[in-house]
Design a protein around this ligand. Structure first.
Ligand SMILES: [Fe+2]
Length: 193
């Protein structure tokens, strides 16, 4: 049994690492192409956005944005702390979505909502929100594919999720225009899968 739990922990961590590497790479490429932020800073944001997932059991993963924020803030990385906090919440005023994301844990959701109100959603924040959404653990996906995967996995069609995805699509359109081509083509994402 001990071997099995070590194996599960190991493979989960590999998935998080693979995902974080993809987010970092996409963020670097987009930052470099647009010139909006330092590509190496963007790479670090991607690499560390999910850092707190390594500290949490699967059923408490929804706590990783706030825990990541605290971990990074305590270690003096305020810029990464902001990314950890915001990367899952495309609309900081969408309290219904935040509570849904927190699996109904209203204490966690309200702590997140409160902190989000003080944060400016700048290009770095939106960039990692977008790159997170198009990154799986071993390949890039379209936002549409990620949404379908999500709905299939959870069997949920809630208006608060639709609204969150509307914002992800908005961010993608903004990035499309900044890079001068479709993001999916830029990252060579297979749109037909
Ligand atoms: Fe992520």
């Amino acid at each position: 049994m001990a071997e099995l739990s070590v194996f599960i922990m190991f493979s989960n961590n590999i998935r998080i690492l693979g995902h974080s590497g993809l987010v970092a790479k996409a963020a670097f490429d987009i930052a470099e192409k647009t010139g909006k932020i330092d590509p190496f800073a963007a790479y670090r944001y991607g690499l560390f956005h999910d850092v707190a997932k390594f500290c949490l059991p699967k059923d408490k993963m929804y706590r990783h944005p706030l825990l990541g924020y605290s971990l990074m803030k305590d270690s003096g990385h305020n810029d990464i702390a902001k990314i950890c906090l915001t990367h899952s919440f495309p609309d900081k005023h969408a309290s219904e979505y935040i509570t849904f994301y927190c699996k109904g844990d209203v204490v966690e959701a309200s702590a997140i909502s409160q902190k989000l109100q003080d944060v400016e959603y700048d290009f770095a924040v939106q960039l990692i929100q977008l790159c997170d959404k198009i990154s799986g653990s071993d390949k890039y996906l379209t936002i549409e594919q990620k949404r379908d995967f999500y709905f299939q996995k959870y069997g949920i069609v809630a208006s608060c999720i639709d609204k969150a995805y509307d914002v992800f699509f908005e961010i993608k359109r903004m990035v499309d225009s900044l890079i001068g081509e479709d993001l999916y083509a830029f990252l060579k994402i297979n749109v037909g899968m």
